[in-house]
Design a protein around this ligand. Structure first.
Ligand SMILES: CC(C)(COP(=O)(O)OP(=O)(O)OC[C@H]1O[C@@H](n2cnc3c(N)ncnc32)[C@H](O)[C@@H]1OP(=O)(O)O)[C@@H](O)C(=O)NCCC(=O)NCCS
Length: 147
């Protein structure tokens, strides 16, 4: 069974960023460091962890984009654990936290390859795709959060 945890120790953060890098940057040969953005210090970080093995299965982060609007980013599930509900588990956990924080809207700069995943979870495209790191395009998607 998997549980949601927040990374706390240096080792937790190393493993957290390593998974992010492996899924979101390494396949395109991007250098180490590109897996982080300017919002790390003001973000809340979440990881889905296998309770038995302590393996990190997926990661996501949340920050306040503007008053009342939460932004999720860097959602990544380990390839060998995709299509097992981990992505849904993470997004549900982050939306729960966003409601606790009083956010009315949730958004994401989604990879164009992941828009169907976000649509499945109630998001709609609300922007124009923009190039990202020369390898993919991102598009703003959002949904209203019901209390
Ligand atoms: C996109 C991603 C986070 C989805 O995570 P996942 O754990 O594989 O997804 P889940 O198993 O929780 O899927 C939940 C639902 O979304 C659907 N889904 C998952 N990925 C999908 C996709 N790319 N397109 C359409 N539907 C998708 C599943 O079929 C499932 O539907 P169901 O509930 O009807 O069975 C994961 O595939 C991933 O890390 N991809 C590479 C990195 C990436 O693109 N991250 C997003 C950056 S914006």
């Amino acid at each position: 069974m998997s549980v949601i945890k927040t990374p706390k120790t240096r080792e937790d953060f190393k493993a957290y960023y390593a998974l992010r890098y492996r899924v979101l940057r390494e396949p395109w040969g991007h250098p180490k460091g590109t897996e982080k953005d300017d919002y790390e210090p003001i973000s809340e970080h979440f990881m889905a962890v296998d309770e038995t093995t302590s393996e990190i299965l997926g990661v996501i982060k949340l920050h306040e984009k503007s008053p009342g609007i939460g932004q999720v980013s860097h959602l990544a599930v380990a390839p060998e654990h995709q299509k097992q509900g981990i992505g849904k588990f993470l997004i549900d956990a982050v939306e729960k936290r966003a409601r606790e924080l009083g956010y009315k809207t949730m958004g994401a700069m989604a990879r164009v390859t992941a828009t169907a995943f976000f649509e499945k979870h109630g998001y709609h495209i609300a922007g124009i795709p923009v190039p990202h790191l020369g390898t993919t395009h991102l598009v703003w998607m959002e949904k209203e959060l019901n209390p």
